[in-house]
Write a protein that binds this ligand. Structure first.
Ligand code: UDP
Length: 349
């Protein structure tokens, strides 16, 4: 693994920004150059933690990595890369964001998920356990709940992964369960619903982009002709699908809190706003915020979509004293619009 920070390793410091009683930690963040990972790194660094990002830049962006984080170019598929990152950085905790994350792609190419996502996660876990790292945070997903019996969805809902992507996260959750039971580590699995929004410096830059909010904003920027609405005949008030959009900074905050909560016991949380917004509501809000007409066309349903997916976030609120700071769809879209307007072609250009 090549080290690319260009600065000597810092000694851990207590940062004045860290709340009293919260100690700083050394955190290795896989996928810290990606969307949610980079925002979490930003918060970790600014709270006084020492952070190393481990990323192969297959999907992430070097420019998304906070300047005060160490950057390690490495591939989770290569156990030597993983081992040298862990033995050189010696983290107190690992946050694992790096993974393929497209439901549709996983239906086309299941082994990218049942193979690569699982093997890469296993490499990381083997190394984590071998070197005695005792805290692990996994990015998990709402795609564990393909056919929920209750809405909003709580943590005791039965798990029926909706795709090989969801199954790959389920397998990693099960590995963590057994590593906890055998006393190897403690973990938090955070099952994200729809991450959206941006901070001042970091936002969503996927290629190809498939997510609703950035696509809608690309139409507003004149980069796409129209947005296709995938179905308006669902059993929802306006017929379009309802999702739980959660601001990426609120997601990142939950990771920081979980890092301390797993001092004593492992946790699994469904992580959303608890508020659902329809595709039509997202479009209406985006039209108002951007001042653009954003032409749309209703087309057929997208395979695999369910009508409504909203998280019951009672547990994460109660246990971690977490609450979303940006719960409104208007706040989420406004922050994304600002970032996309400032970075019309994403990070690199
Ligand atoms: N969606 C849409 N048009 C698009 C992209 C997405 O109508 O071009 C809908 C999609 O069917 C879903 C919602 O927007 O109901 C959110 O989709 P996204 O891909 O952003 O997230 P997902 O819910 O699949 O994780």
């Amino acid at each position: 693994a090549a080290r690319a920070s260009g600065r000597p390793p810092a000694t851990p410091v207590r940062c004045p920004l860290a709340p009293f009683g919260v100690r700083s930690m050394k955190v290795l963040v896989t996928g810290g150059a990606g969307y949610i990972g980079s925002v979490t790194v930003e918060q970790l660094v600014e709270a006084g933690n020492q952070v190393a990002v481990f990323d192969n830049l297959s999907q992430g962006h070097r420019a998304a990595v906070h300047e005060d984080a160490e950057f390690i170019v490495g591939d989770l598929a290569n156990r030597d890369d993983v081992d040298s990152a862990i033995t050189e950085f010696r983290p107190d905790a690992v946050m694992h964001f790096a993974a393929k994350s497209l439901v549709g792609e996983s239906m086309q190419s299941p082994f990218l998920y049942l193979g690569d996502n699982v093997r890469n996660g296993l490499n990381l876990l083997e190394s984590v356990v071998e070197y005695g790292i005792q805290k692990f945070i996994l990015s998990s997903t709402a795609n564990l709940f393909d056919d929920p019996e209750t809405m909003p969805i709580d943590e005791i809902e039965r798990i029926i992964p909706g795709s090989p992507y969801g199954e790959s996260k389920h397998i990693l959750e099960r590995m963590l369960y057994w590593l906890d039971r055998t006393g190897k580590l403690r973990f938090a699995a955070l099952r994200y619903f729809n991450a959206a929004g941006a901070t001042k410096y970091r936002g969503e830059d996927h290629n190809p982009e498939t997510h609703l909010i950035p696509l809608v904003l690309q139409v507003a920027l004149g980069q796409r002709k129209e947005i296709k609405v995938f179905g308006n005949d669902y059993e929802t008030p306006d017929g379009t699908c309802i999702r739980d959009y959660i601001h990426v900074a609120d997601l990142a905050q939950a990771h920081r809190l979980a890092l301390h909560a797993i001092d004593h016991t492992s946790h699994v949380y469904n992580l959303g706003n608890g508020l659902g917004f329809s595709v039509q509501q997202v479009l209406d809000a985006a039209r108002e915020i951007t001042g653009h007409a954003i032409p749309s066309e209703v087309v057929g349903r997208r395979p695999g979509d369910v009508a409504t997916l909203v998280a019951a976030s009672d547990n994460v609120r109660a246990d971690l004293a977490w609450k979303p700071e940006h719960p409104e769809i208007s706040q989420i879209i406004e922050s994304a619009w600002k970032w996309h307007s400032d970075h019309p072609h994403g990070y690199e250009k």
